[in-house]
Design a binder for this molecule. Structure first.
Ligand SMILES: O=C[C@H](O)COP(=O)(O)O
Length: 249
């Protein structure tokens, strides 16, 4: 089946009120189109800017948090709840990004628990996985990703609310994009793993590629049968993000 192309922009801890307003203004006036179909687009500014982004951004583009907690409102200093996001019309969150796994120490268990809570409570999740350079060089890419996926499956989340982002850690922010074949091979392995959940989940779940995607490399990557879009970091802060949104054939 045809899966709708999906492009996420992860601003990470970048931007100011004025620079994010510029990005929003640029997206608002851009023609989001392609030969095939308009992509589903979600941008993810830092939490401080979620609400002004949602208020000023065109309605066809959704807004994502970069993290969410797995408890209802309460005494959890520094966290944001699913209901607070939904109350502000923030309909997505990123979870399991490698920067949160490695720098903030989030384990597979923490990421899976948050994903279960978010999806059960109606939030879409861009769920990230990926291997380090050492893991790739040791030939462990698929086993690392399988372990991350197995942890998620064990929580029985709502797969209809999940988009998977495969992001090799060695390709993030480094300018070293995975080759189209390297990316496609892992995406195919993820698609095959998803068959173990169900054929429907395997057919319908979008699997994005992330890691140094830009307007020059996105076209080739988007032609791969198991690449259903991108999670873009640095390039999502630039006007050329629109070219990535429109790149699929
Ligand atoms: O979430 C986005 C990824 O970490 C990719 O970042 P990048 O496009 O700057 O390499």
């Amino acid at each position: 089946m045809a899966r709708k192309f999906f492009v996420g922009g992860n601003f990470k801890m970048n931007g100011t009120l004025s620079s994010i307003k510029e990005i929003v203004d640029n997206l608002n006036k851009s023609e989001l189109d392609s030969n095939r179909d308009i992509a589903e687009v979600v941008i993810s500014p830092p939490s401080l800017y979620l609400l002004p982004t949602r208020e000023h951004l065109r309605k066809e583009i959704e807004v994502a948090a970069q993290n969410v907690f797995d408890k209802p409102n309460g005494a959890f200093t520094g966290e944001i709840s699913v209901s607070q996001l939904k109350d502000s019309n923030i309909t997505w969150t990123i979870l399991g990004h490698s920067e949160r796994r490695t720098i903030l120490g989030e384990s597979d268990e923490v990421v899976s628990t948050k994903t279960k809570y978010a999806t059960d409570n109606g939030l879409g999740v861009i769920w990230c996985c990926g291997e380090s350079l050492e893991e790739r060089e040791a030939g462990n890419t698929i086993s690392v990703i399988t372990k991350q996926l197995d942890s998620l499956k064990s929580k029985n989340p709502d797969w209809a609310k999940i988009v998977i982002a495969y992001e090799p850690i060695w390709a993030i922010g480094t300018g070293k994009v995975a080759t189209t074949q390297q990316a496609q091979d892992v995406h195919k392995a993820i698609r095959d793993w998803l068959k173990g959940v169900s054929d429907k989940v395997s057919d319908e779940t979008r699997v994005l590629y992330g890691g140094s995607v830009n307007e020059s490399n996105c076209g080739e990557l988007s032609k791969q049968p198991d690449i259903d879009g991108f999670l873009v970091g640095g390039a999502s802060l630039k006007p050329a993000f629109v070219k990535i949104i429109n790149c699929h054939q």
